[in-house]
Design a protein around this ligand. Structure first.
Ligand code: ZN
Length: 260
């Protein structure tokens, strides 16, 4: 089903100066700065997913890694953007079209403000790719056909109006998807979709991602990236064992994601 190598995609959510207790989907500004520095130092360039899908094998002096930020937290503008600017990196932000300016209400982590339309417009003007994270952050597999189609189409049109971009990327809320949801994303005109881990649908419409946590040191980042790439690049003896190990990790990250 997936004709090309799956590109390396890092998954972030919120970036804040301080963490309060267990926040698996928040990275401190300090850790984020350290992780971006590490990528830069290792000759990697942070780019949007659109960019990496357009030129997956582009010969460049810098290797590309897609940086994605789910939910569209307001802290992106304040804390992540200055770091990205500093390194000349880009990224993709998946915003919840019907929740702009509201607070995150679906997570067990402390509620946080989401970007307003004007904040979103501003980062889009700075070259950040805007993708859709649906209309209301509900589990899409629970929606009836018509509601599902409407959710996807409306979210795309709202975000296109605000960002003045052709919104091509979609990201399943809670990583939740099945064959019907995958087809609906294609029919709504999206060019690709992000999942969290691996599934039967892994490919352009269910891209697995590497979840980056606050405690991830450069060594752990390297380990996560190496495992991710091995899963896709390596086809020799033992590749089935690697694939099985990846599936176990994917189940774990999906379980973690479903709690949020
Ligand atoms: Zn989300």
């Amino acid at each position: 089903m997936f004709e090309e190598v799956v590109p390396p995609v890092l998954m972030y959510h919120s970036v804040t100066p301080q963490l309060y207790g267990a926040e698996p989907f928040t990275v401190s500004t300090k850790s984020f700065e350290r992780q971006m520095h590490w990528l830069h130092h290792r000759n990697y360039k942070g780019v949007s997913l659109k960019e990496i899908l357009e030129a997956p094998r582009q010969s460049s002096s810098r290797r590309s890694v897609a940086l994605t930020f789910d939910d569209g937290y307001a802290d992106f503008s304040e804390y992540a953007m200055p770091v990205l600017r500093h390194y000349g990196f880009s990224a993709t932000v998946f915003a919840i079209a019907g929740q702009l300016g509201n607070e995150s209400s679906w997570t067990t982590e402390p509620r946080k403000p989401l970007m307003t339309a004007s904040q979103l417009r501003q980062i889009a003007a700075e070259g950040i790719e805007i993708g859709s994270h649906a209309l209301h952050h509900v589990r899409l597999t629970s929606l009836a056909d018509e509601a599902l189609h409407e959710d996807l189409v409306m979210s795309r049109s709202i975000l296109q109006d605000i960002s003045q971009q052709d919104v091509r990327g979609f990201c399943y809320p809670h990583g939740d998807h099945d064959g019907r949801v995958v087809r609906a994303a294609q029919e709504a005109g999206f060019d690709y979709s992000c999942a969290v881990g691996y599934s039967d649908f892994t490919g352009r419409y269910a891209l697995p991602r590497i979840n980056i946590e606050d405690g991830d040191s450069s060594l752990q980042l390297w380990r996560k990236a190496a495992l991710y790439w091995l899963r896709w690049e390596y086809r020799g003896p033992g590749s089935r064992i690697l694939a099985a190990a990846s599936a176990v990790r994917a189940t774990r990250s999906l379980a973690a994601a479903s709690k949020s």
